[in-house]
Design a protein around this ligand. Structure first.
Ligand SMILES: [Zn+2]
Length: 283
């Protein structure tokens, strides 16, 4: 009798554990079905963390300070010190500086940038750390693709690798479109109107649910023609509060509101998290 009872308890325990496992896996699968993009409130600059449904971790730019390391600590488990891919859109301080801390604190497996040269200590440190990191380094130009599980990144710009010594880095800023299921995000760095026109001419469709507004909302970009082609429902502006540039420009805000695009700003909302389940955008 006693033995039977203990067997029953044993079976009951297995059943409970079994159910527990099923629920845990459903929970994990539930999370797994979403892509997450976090636009860090990083001051006047850009830094965007993306995690795909298969947990590929991607960082686009590092912002103007070491704040990015703290931000990543909130989005990644404490034991996870590996980032699959870092993209530097262009070597300007407000996009590049924080990546020095990222290279110091994380093992970065892949780095995509344009190879364009810049000046100053920060850029020199970038080159040194790039050599030391041991990451696979790729130079980006239009047509390149990154496949991350069931997500894909298409590089749309620059059309050609930039001249190493070009005067304005913004001219060759990487523009990338991330596609997951029926949804897409377009990340424009600090690309200008000339880049926008070239991208429209070079692609059948660049429609994207979410637009990372170029150049912190400067009027050097976000032309009505570009917005009409991207057709975003959400525009994210990564911008510092009371910045000396007057970003975002009123003309850009008007263009966005005239197209009935919902504007989310890091200076007003802090970190902005946007999820995709492949069909819908959730924020
Ligand atoms: Zn910038």
């Amino acid at each position: 009798m006693e033995r039977n009872t203990s067997i029953k308890y044993y079976l009951f325990a297995i059943l409970i554990l079994g159910l527990g496992n099923i629920f845990v896996w459903q929970f994990v699968w539930g999370l797994d079905s979403q892509l997450r993009a976090v636009f860090f409130d990083i001051g006047q600059g850009d830094s965007i963390f993306i995690e795909t449904p298969q947990k590929h971790q991607i960082l686009i730019d590092g912002g103007p300070s070491n704040k990015v390391a703290e931000k990543l600590g909130k989005e990644m488990p404490f034991w996870d010190k590996t980032i699959d891919l870092v993209i530097l859109t262009h070597p300007d301080y407000d996009h590049q500086r924080g990546l020095l801390d990222v290279l110091d604190n994380y093992k970065v497996n892949n780095i995509i940038w344009t190879g364009e040269l810049s000046e100053g200590k920060t850029f020199e440190s970038w080159l040194l750390k790039l050599q030391k990191e041991g990451a696979k380094i790729s130079l980006a130009k239009a047509g390149a693709k990154v496949i991350a599980g069931n997500s894909r990144i298409d590089i749309l710009y620059p059309l050609e690798l930039p001249k190493k010594d070009s005067k304005n880095n913004n001219d060759s800023s990487i523009v990338a479109r991330m596609v997951f299921g029926q949804t897409a995000f377009i990340f424009t760095g600090d690309a200008n109107r000339e880049a926008e026109q070239a991208i429209i001419a070079n692609n059948e469709s660049i429609e994207s649910n979410v637009l990372k507004v170029s150049h912190h909302g400067s009027r050097s970009a976000s032309s009505p023609g570009f917005l009409a082609n991207v057709k975003p429902s959400i525009a994210v502006i990564s911008v510092g509060a009371n910045n000396s540039y007057g970003h975002p420009h009123q003309e850009v805000l008007s263009n966005l509101s005239e197209s009935a695009i919902k504007v989310l700003r890091t200076d007003q909302m802090g970190d902005i998290k946007i999820f995709s389940d492949g069909q819908n955008i959730i924020y």
